[in-house]
Design a protein around this ligand. Structure first.
Ligand code: T5A
Length: 219
């Protein structure tokens, strides 16, 4: 069954990037934004957690390696950031007909707090639907990577954050979770091998955006 467009018919596009730590989402998001600008699209670029004043504060708290936090408060903090981002940034941009490109979204909650931390997936989905008003991306790019490789990439940047400090078994469950989510919704996800060279991945992502979405929504 086809899903209604995320924008409700204004021509907006909602594109998200997902994957384990260090998979190259930020790198590929920047390349996609350049491609979209080249195609004449207005683009709103954002990320989770973050993207609003509230989200920026949540990000500082939730990634703080000094803080102890249980799975439920962790989930609720991510959800608070997401609810604010959808209301304040994503829906208005889609209503203006823009392409919204978001570094992580609700699939990260299912992968990290669900498959990773073990919270009930139905509970997470129910709260997430409330937090987002049911907003689902038009297309989700999953950059798949062995978590050991991704953590090594991320470690080159400096001190690990609170999530990066979780053990390899956690990050292995997160990766498996992303792959399960993608398998359940092949029409929304495109899964790419994140060990491929940056330029090859960028070309693949642009091809997927062009191929899966009607040309009238690209120009
Ligand atoms: N989280 C998030 C949850 O638990 N629940 C949620 O609901 C949400 C929304 C966010 C953390 O919060 C968790 C997930 C995360 O743990 P973050 O800082 O946003 O924290 O973390 P990440 O999203 O993982 O961002 P990273 O910056 O760590 O990774 P990226 O963006 O995937 O990777 P990028 O582009 O910065 O690249 C990492 C390094 O790899 C190199 C880059 O040059 C860079 O050095 N690289 C490549 N190297 C080789 N080949 C390629 N193809 C490469 N592409 C990039």
């Amino acid at each position: 069954m086809s899903r209604p467009a995320a924008d409700g018919g204004t021509g907006g596009l909602f594109l998200t990037f997902e994957g384990p730590e260090g998979a190259g989402k930020s790198t590929q998001l920047a390349a996609l934004v350049r491609h979209l600008h080249g195609a004449g699209r207005a683009v709103t670029e954002t990320r989770e957690p973050g993207g609003t004043l509230l989200g920026t504060q949540v990000r500082r708290v939730v990634l703080d390696p000094e803080l102890e936090m249980g799975p439920l408060p962790e989930f609720l903090l991510y959800s608070a950031s997401r609810a604010q981002l959808v209301t304040e940034v994503i829906r208005p941009a889609l209503a203006r007909g823009e392409a919204v490109v978001c570094d992580r979204y609700a699939d990260s909650t299912l992968a990290y707090q669900g498959y990773g931390r073990g919270l009930d997936l139905d509970f997470l989905s129910r709260v997430t639907t409330e937090a987002t008003g049911g907003l689902v991306p038009d297309l989700t790019v999953l950059l798949d990577l062995d978590p050991a490789l991704g953590l090594a990439r991320a470690a080159r940047r400096g001190q690990p954050d609170r999530l990066e400090r979780a053990d390899l078994a956690f990050h292995t469950r997160v990766r498996a979770g992303f792959l399960a989510l993608a398998a359940a919704e092949p029409g929304r996800f495109v899964v790419l091998d994140a060990t491929r060279p940056v330029a090859e991945l960028s070309a693949g992502i642009w091809a997927a955006v062009e191929a899966r979405l009607p040309s009238s929504r690209l120009a």
